[in-house]
Design a protein around this ligand. Structure first.
Ligand code: KG4
Ligand code: ZN
Length: 347
């Protein structure tokens, strides 16, 4: 009999529920984006997000169950993002999951959102441990080795902005709208990446850390130096230049990380997995594929819809935890901060 888990994701501005089976099939995956609620404010407003999760979560779960054709009683566990994230939303998801688990006498699993991103490549591509992970999202930019469920070694992280933050701030600066990542990517398609000379922070340095604030400042300065408000073409050229610089830096850092991976795990065929919302970016995916090929590694990036926030990844992480016998109790407290380093290893 296969194992099936309901996943719930409410840590940012997506209200999502999904049913996933341990044979790696996604039986349903419902995502309600709150983008329109937040757009007038140019960013995610935590209070609005929490209220929207509360209003919609029950019906999103009902839809996920309906589309999967599976009754609550036939499930093997309820997994919800337990953090890190906007605490109001996390509370809504965790409370709902606990209530369903208690009412139907099912195991409850509090999933770390970052681990959910990290394990997605095992759902989509059955990647074996250990692998190298580039986690690039709104709040994170890290390179780590994933050795098992709850077992990671951090190789590098950002010294200032998270990469998604850099995309979002650049978009705001260029008047490209919200959310910034997709807006920069779209604008860059019509741009000339070579028109502005932008820096490549930390490129060529040893180690696997990142820095983006100098690049962001350089984009701002280039826009000021124009002497007028950026035209559509100026914004496209700056977006393309920014994206090319980010791709260069990411490729350089991953080259170092792949070397470090092979030094620590000799004989293991290296796999570079990209995860998190920014991994939806096509230019970055192309750069990562190129650096992986050059280093004799394979590159795995889940489809964009499973890179950005979704509940299928939460359900899958729940399955991995359930299989490893790593459950939570109903007194689990939602965590606004929950670094991967503080995650419990599964037995
Ligand atoms: O993983 P995610 O959905 O939420 C977090 O857990 O942070 O990532 C959201 C981030 C945002 O900063 C968004 O602008 C960025 O991912 N993003 C992108 C793209 N799609 C989403 N950045 C660059 N290119 C994209 N296509
Ligand atoms: Zn995320």
């Amino acid at each position: 009999m296969s194992m099936r888990v309901l996943g719930i994701e409410t840590s940012c501005d997506e209200t999502a529920a999904a049913i996933v089976s341990d044979d790696r099939s996604i039986l349903s995956n419902v995502v309600l984006s709150q983008l329109d609620d937040h757009r007038p404010f140019g960013g995610v407003v935590p209070e609005i997000a929490a209220r929207a999760h509360l209003e919609h979560l029950d019906s999103i779960i009902a839809r996920a169950l309906d589309e999967s054709g599976i009754a609550l009683d036939a499930l093997d566990g309820i997994a919800a993002t337990g953090g890190p994230g906007l605490i109001g939303g996390v509370i809504v998801g965790v409370m709902t999951a606990k209530a369903i688990a208690a009412a139907h006498d099912l195991p409850f699993i509090a999933v770390n959102h970052l681990e959910a991103h990290a394990l997605t490549a095992r759902l989509t591509d059955d990647v074996a441990f250990p692998y190298l992970l580039l986690l690039i999202s709104g709040g994170h930019c890290q390179l780590l080795i994933v050795e098992g469920v709850g077992r990671h070694t951090l190789l590098g992280t950002t010294m200032d902005d998270a990469i998604g933050e850099a995309f979002d701030k650049t978009a705001k600066l260029l008047g490209l709208g919200f959310p910034g990542g997709p807006a920069v990517e779209t604008a860059a398609r019509d741009g000339n990446p070579a028109r502005f000379r932008l820096p490549r922070p930390l490129k060529g340095r040893t180690g696997c850390d990142f820095s983006f604030s100098g690049l962001k400042t350089a984009v701002r300065q280039a826009a000021i130096d124009l002497g007028h408000d950026p035209t559509t073409q100026d914004a496209a050229d700056l977006a393309a230049g920014f994206q090319a610089a980010v791709a260069d830096v990411i490729a350089d850092r991953c080259r170092h990380a792949l070397a470090e991976f092979s030094a620590r795990h000799p004989g293991v065929p290296p796999v570079l997995v990209a995860a998190g919302g920014v991994a939806a970016n096509q230019t970055l995916r192309t750069a990562l594929t190129a650096v992986s090929t050059a280093q004799g590694a394979s590159m795995v990036a889940p489809p964009p819809a499973l890179c950005t926030d979704n509940a299928a990844m939460v359900a899958w992480a729940g399955i991995e935890r359930l299989r490893a016998g790593s459950l939570d109790t109903l007194d689990f407290r939602p965590r606004p901060r929950w670094p991967l380093a503080e995650l419990r290893a599964a037995e």
